[in-house]
Every structure is written in C-alpha cells, then in structure tokens.
Design a protein around this ligand. Structure first.
Ligand SMILES: Nc1ncnc2c1ncn2[C@@H]1O[C@H](COP(=O)(O)OP(=O)(O)OP(=O)(O)O)[C@@H](O)[C@H]1O
Length: 340
C-alpha cells in the first residue's frame, strides 16, 4: 500500500493550519511527523484518518482516491495518546471490538485476538479490565485493537507520550518491530526527536503548518536545510559568521563556497573537541569551562569562548571543572552552514 498526500491545505477560522502538504508513504514505511506544539501534526493525521476534511488537496491509497471514503471505510488503524480503551470491556473484548463491527465469525475473532495478544505479550492479562493495567499495557491493548482489523495504514498520534521513560523506550522497539513484521505503512505524530530518530524510516519536520524538511534521521541531523530543523533535531550551537572568524579563522566562510550570506554555522556538541589544558593548539580556540553536567558516559560542558557560550560533549573520564582554562577544536568536516 502506498499512501499519497497531495497539496493538502487546511485553515481554522481563516488561520492557515496546513499549507501545501505533499508526502508519499511507501509500503511498509514508518514516517514520523515531528514538530513543535501547534505546527499542525495532529490536524494532518486527522485528515489522513478521515476524521477531518481538508480545504483542498487529495489523498490516495494505491492510486485510489480516499476523498469519498469515511473514516471507517478507509480501514486505517488508529492509536491515540490517551489509550481510549472501552473501560467496561476486558482486554480481549477491546481487541475484538473492531472485528465484531466487521461481523467476523466467532472462531476467526477468537483466533485473531489470541494471535494479537500474543504479539503484544498480553495473553495472561486478557480477562482484565483497562483500569487494572499499567499505562504501557493499556497502550499495547490499544495497538492490538488497532491492528485487529488488518488496517491498510497505521496512524499513531503521540502513542507514547503519556508513558514514563523506561516503558516508552521498550514500547518504541515493540511498535517498530510489529510494524516491520506486518509491513504496514505507518504515520506517527510525535514532538520527541529521539523517538522520531529511533523509530522512523523518514522524518517530516514541520514548522507552522508547512513541511520544513523530509529525510532520514541522519539526513536531517547531519544536513539540516535551515536553522529551525538544525535546532529541532538534537542540540546545536548556532554561530554567526563573525564569531566563527574569531574562534576558528581557518574555517571556510559560506561566501567562500559561493553560497549566499545570512547563514549560521551549526555545530553539534559532539563535534567540539576539548583539550583540557591551557597550551595553545593549532586551530583551537581558548575557552573557559562554565558548567559541567554529568550525563552517564558523557559530560555536557558549557564553555565561554571569547563572547560566545558553547555547549560541548566530553567523555565522562575527562577531568574538567568550572573555571578551568581549556582549548576547543572543531571537527570542521562536520560543521554545516545553514540558512539563518
Ligand atoms: N478544531 C479546531 N478548531 C480551531 N483550531 C484548531 C482546531 N484544531 C486545531 N486547531 C489549531 O490548529 C493548530 C495546529 O493544531 P494541531 O493540533 O494540529 O497541532 P500539533 O502540531 O498536533 O500540536 P501538539 O503537538 O500540541 O498536539 C493549532 O494552532 C490549533 O489551535
């Protein structure tokens, strides 16, 4: 199944919420809509689901228009942030719900529910009610329920954001694994960049109702097209051209490469190399340590470098303390000039 989203526009009370959204999701592909609150992610997902009509544009599945199909006729599986399980039904009945609506026979329903509960590892809990389950278990039931109808497309609206960090990490892997095994085209909304980077084949980074950039996690992280994408995808230091000349005069300026002005240098913390001594080093700038934050195998280090504050990442083994004079080198092959 290939899902095509073509030139979708949507306004609320005259305010454009989505402008010219174009996207194609290949069979079995996992695509994440990523962006800050209010950028239009959920609106787009609801339009794809058939819960909201676009003002203009088209949706196609395998070339066939979805325009006249209701949400139910589309047969898409949807999982929301708030589990939305039926509280008066057991786990097994929740999973069976969609199949009963489709009037599947009892034997088939039982076989399918057994298979799905096994897939989401809830077989032992099938007679419990939702309120007797943890958040993670409830979300697994919601996933099984969405998958029961053999959906043509899977839509996930922030399915993990109500869960604690450990359960989230576990469920990320489980959802990705199940999605790959079933080979269903999937669109997931999230505002969590780590989640998007770990789960998605491609990420759609959205800004104020428009697509800012589409690509793999590596493409967006390593080659962001503009400052918004660079800052949204992981931590970065954004340096003006005159600051770069001061700190690392050997670096090529954007004008050297024939690109227009008004660019800033995006420097990821892991590409700054700290030399923990005062001795000058070729192509390294003098700096003073302002803060050291322990972060497991790493320390996040804030440096004052001329008038610029920089965040760097250093190994936890490196002895660093506040006020220490150091030198900082930039792995120039990783630094990217992006549109400001
Ligand atoms: N039914 C509606 N009526 C009016 N405005 C709406 C409606 N639904 C959404 N909006 C507005 O459209 C914009 C986009 O909302 P949307 O829920 O799509 O954003 P989002 O990116 O999913 O945000 P979040 O991450 O906070 O859920 C917001 O400004 C929101 O207030």
């Amino acid at each position: 199944m290939t899902l095509e989203i073509q030139s979708i526009h949507k306004s609320f009370s005259g305010q454009p919420t989505l402008s010219d959204i174009n996207l194609q999701i290949a069979p079995g592909e996992f695509v994440c809509l990523l962006g800050p609150s209010g950028c239009g992610k959920t609106t787009l997902l609801r339009i794809v689901a058939g819960l909201l009509s676009p003002d203009a544009g088209a949706l196609r599945l395998n070339g066939q228009s979805l325009q006249t199909q209701s949400a139910r006729e589309r047969r898409f599986g949807i999982v929301f942030q708030s589990y939305s399980l039926f509280p008066h039904m057991t786990v097994a009945d929740n999973v069976a719900y969609g199949l009963r609506l489709l009037k599947a026979n009892k034997h088939d329903i039982h076989a399918r529910v057994t298979q799905l509960l096994n897939m989401v590892r809830l077989t032992d809990l099938q007679d419990r009610y939702p309120q007797q389950l943890s958040g993670g278990q409830q979300q697994r039931v919601a996933l099984a329920r969405a998958l029961a109808i053999e959906p043509r497309v899977l839509l996930l609206d922030e399915p993990l954001s109500a869960l604690d960090a450990q359960v989230r990490a576990q469920l990320r892997m489980e959802i990705r694994d199940i999605q790959q095994r079933l080979n269903i085209p999937t669109l997931m909304v999230t505002h969590d960049q780590d989640e998007a980077m770990e789960m998605a084949d491609r990420i759609v980074c959205m800004q104020q109702g428009r697509i800012a950039q589409v690509g793999t996690a590596q493409q967006l992280y390593q080659h962001p097209q503009n400052r918004f994408v660079a800052e949204f995808m992981g931590s970065s230091n954004m340096l003006q051209s005159h600051t770069v000349i001061q700190l690392w005069p050997h670096l090529a300026q954007p004008s050297d490469t024939g690109q227009e002005r008004q660019k800033v240098l995006c420097v990821r913390p892991e590409h700054l190399h700290i030399h923990p001594h005062q001795r000058p080093i070729k192509n390294a700038a003098a700096a003073q340590v302002q803060q050291v934050l322990f972060s497991g195998p790493w320390q996040k280090v804030q440096l004052q470098c001329h008038h610029q504050l920089l965040w760097a990442q250093a190994s936890a083994q490196m002895a660093l303390h506040t006020g220490q004079n150091v030198h900082v080198e930039l792995a120039s092959e990783h630094a990217t000039w992006v549109a400001a």
